[in-house]
Write a protein of this length. Sequence first.
Length: 276
Amino acid sequence: MRRINAAVVIALGISMAASAQQIEQQTSAQQVELTTTRVITGAVIDKNGNPLPGAIVSATGGAETVTADADGSFTIEVPLWLKSLTASYPGLGEKKMKTKVSQPMVFTLQKNRTQGFVNLIGACAFQLGAPDGGPSPVGQLGIMAGVYRSWGAYAKITFGIAGGGRDYYGEKLDHSPSVTVGVIKRISPTVNLFLGLGACYNYGVEDDYWEFGWDPEDDVYIKGHYLMEYNFALETGVMVKFSNKLNGIFGMNYVGVDCANNEGNLVPFLGIGINL
């Protein structure tokens, strides 16, 4: 009987030890889970030190977002890996700050300052709907410049590159400047959208007029005449601020036409430039 009791005691001891180990593992897991986030406090104020109630504070690149209280203060729980928070308020510029562990974060928001830019633009004009052997793409170079805060304006001018662009018969196409103007909108501290209208030159636009003549080899030849003129254009694109001094631009320009064998000219363009 004593032997049986001893075996039972040993079994119970092993079971209790296993349970204790399991509880310890669960507690450890819970502690790890609890330490995967942290709480950050702070305030959002304007340049005069006045609180900005209703300001939005969000985890940069995360889903966590809170609204500042009546005194401008906020408390937000974020993952441990988070490196920065972003604060915003209507009418003021956003501000991004690195997270602080041992002290409150204070965001001081100000009005978006005036930002100017000048960019060198490279473009290439393609004729849409052109038959095989149609006009070759026309290269362009130009300048785009503007100024903005939350909203602003810009102007862009491009010129055909010498030697580029030929019509159906290999004849060099004429070139004239293409000009667009438009508005630019700040979407974030680094991203801006722009939309513009303009008068852009058409390259190798085929008109409805045809020339008939005599050819010694073919007896008769038919040659289309090309209508070289300005037409209405619409363009849109995005400007990205890479740093305080450097930015890049990508856009697309469409020139609408109403001529035979031509559905318009599509002009994608890229630019690199400086912030002023």
